[in-house]
Write a protein that binds this ligand. Structure first.
Ligand SMILES: *Cc1c(COP(=O)(O)O)cnc(C)c1O
Length: 371
């Protein structure tokens, strides 16, 4: 059979969209320790799995397009009216929807860098201009520098708190002060995918009070990380105004969130105590991981998330270290793929996984660079 040459004409934006830096090992042998994607090492809560099973028998039906039960429970949990809560096929779905609803050629969006690898897609898909702002010397958001980049063309500002990939957080007061400086026609997304792990914030939900003062604010949350439901794809946005929520829905397909995800997220919200215990276990393992890294002479950023960000000693290349770790069954992310050469992003796994990582890194650092 002869193969025809493909001659399709694609939209110009397809050229602009970079491939997402996917973690390795999918489809290969299961890694001994997958510390590359900030997932929970713990399986989903058993009652959540039971809720998914109970929903299987009605998969011949479409899911509720308004996700009314889940939005009702989120409203009760967070004290935000359901009319201002959007749910998405993962919070990335809501991020991309915000880009589609707010951006177009001639518009600008502002975010820190390095930050979450999806943010560049918002400019690439819309044709808007991305203005990136360097982190400060402690790898934290520099909010003054972000405020200084606002122009007449700015439509959207994204603040990732705690920041992926650097794990650092900024105080809520600083975010509140930034919001005071941002005119009300500019939307602000605070991406709080890891807020539950942030010990700087006494209460991870304290940011919700800001919604009352700022109709242009969107707090982005997810069931992926702390609830251990990455594989199911469900996230939500708490919005300062109904209009913002409606715009996120307008640009997406009506059945964006599948029935199993809706059932699972609804059930997950009834298990706050278990979630809190998971947070505490994660933070305990994070402290162990940080201590182990410091022993190896590796600089570690002040983590407020379920992962750590380390700078390798002696300006070593991250590439050979990441490969060496993979050869030893430990998957982590290379800083160079996330905006910073010579760094590693390592998810807090189980204690065993963390030890395995530390042992392998010790071995690799003991060798001269390039050997
Ligand atoms: C993991 C992560 C998300 C969550 O993405 P989902 O689509 O909800 O799985 C959002 N923002 C950041 C910064 C993340 O690291």
């Amino acid at each position: 059979m002869t193969t025809m040459t493909e001659r399709l004409e694609f939209a110009a934006r397809v050229e602009r969209i970079a491939a997402y830096p996917a973690a390795g090992a999918y489809g290969e042998h299961a890694a001994a320790a997958n510390l590359a994607s900030n997932e929970s090492p713990e399986p989903p809560i058993p009652a959540v799995l039971a809720a998914i099973e109970a929903a299987l028998g009605t998969l011949n039906r479409y899911p509720d397009p308004s996700a009314s039960q889940l939005r009702g429970r989120l409203a009760a949990r967070y004290g935000v009216p359901a009319a201002r809560i959007a749910v998405g096929n993962g919070s990335c779905d809501l991020l991309l929807a915000a880009g589609e609803a707010l951006l177009e050629p001639g518009a600008e969006l502002v975010y820190a860098w390095p930050s979450f690898s999806i943010y560049p897609h918002l400019a690439a898909t819309s044709g808007a201009r991305a203005v990136t702002v360097a982190l400060d010397g402690d790898d934290r958001h520099d909010l003054d520098a972000i405020a200084a980049e606002l122009t007449a063309a700015t439509r959207l500002v994204i603040v990732c708190n705690p920041n992926n990939p650097t794990s650092t957080a900024i105080e809520l007061d600083a975010i509140a002060a930034l919001l005071e400086q941002i005119p009300p026609h500019i939307a602000v997304i605070v991406d709080e995918a890891y807020c539950e792990f942030n010990l700087l914030a006494g209460d991870p939900d304290a940011s919700i009070a800001l919604l009352a003062r700022h109709p242009n604010l969107l707090l982005l949350r997810t069931f992926s990380k702390v609830y251990g439901l990455c594989g199911l794809r469900v996230g939500f946005a708490l919005c300062g105004s109904e209009r913002l929520k409606l715009a996120l829905d307008q640009v997406r397909q009506p059945f964006a969130v599948n029935a199993l995800a809706l059932a699972a997220a609804f059930e997950a919200l009834a298990h706050g105590d278990e979630v809190q215990r998971r947070v505490e276990r994660t933070i305990a393992r994070r402290i162990g991981l940080e201590a182990g890294l410091e022993e190896l002479g590796v600089k570690v950023a002040d983590s407020q998330a379920n992962f750590v960000w380390t700078t390798l000693p002696g300006e070593r290349d991250d590439g050979p270290i990441v490969e060496g770790l993979a050869d030893r069954g430990v998957l982590v992310r290379a800083g160079s793929a996330l905006g910073r050469q010579g760094a590693l992003r390592v998810t807090c796994g189980t204690e065993r996984e963390n030890e395995r990582f530390l042992g392998a890194l010790r071995e690799l650092l003991a060798r001269p660079a390039g050997a």
